[in-house]
Design a protein around this ligand. Sequence first.
Ligand SMILES: [Zn+2]
Length: 265
Amino acid sequence: MSAPVADVAVIGGSGFYTFLDDPEQHVVETPYGAPSAPVAVGTVADRRVAFVPRHGRSHEYPPHLINYRANAWALRSLGVRQVLAPCAVGSLRPEVGPGAVVVPDQLVDRTLGRAQTFVERGAVHVPFADPYCRRLSAAVASVDETVRTGGTMVVIEGPRFSTRAESQHYAAQGWSLINMTGHPEATLAREMRQCYAAVALVTDLDAGVAAGSGVSQEEVFAAFAENLGRLRSLLSDAIAALPDPNGCTCATWADGIDLTYDIPP
Ligand SMILES: [Zn+2]
């Protein structure tokens, strides 16, 4: 097996289209089609890091039309075993406002009909009780004391924002964050036997908690732009603090299981 091109990945979200200085560009084809963009690879904290903007370099792919499988497969084919996934989120809690960074520990899928698995035959059932890698999440939280940890992110289909009633319903379940891309990205990473942590930047209070007119796209992008520098440096620090992926349950769950899909070597 050849040496990996990269062993860590960052998947950029809305407003986050580049991460690395002077990167190599890798055009990767996958059995699922092309990823959102050529994969940029560079060095951060002595680690080889791959970066792909999940919406494309010019934000050409809305959340429900991202080729999540191609992105996951492409990163794994370059050797990636640890994935940091920054994303823009709305807050369902008035006490957690714009600018907060949260590493959630649970996910609820409210998307519809997305291609969400590599399993297309046979009996392969992926453990997903804890959707995020605890070790990776802890590493992110360890580098900045302002990072909040825990909470449930509900992933909606989009591209529209929630109604007030939907948002109030989600908040009443005890869920704390709302987003449009966290699923199926996390489960596909698990199927690729990768460690995966979401790094959620709160850009707005969702419709159910905002007193004003609800969420607007301008508000989301402006809040993200304002916090992008801080998020980039947080991710760089987190990469320096990542644990050894060997032996993590994010990969070992598949030991002894006859997987019916291919994981690129
Ligand atoms: Zn892990």
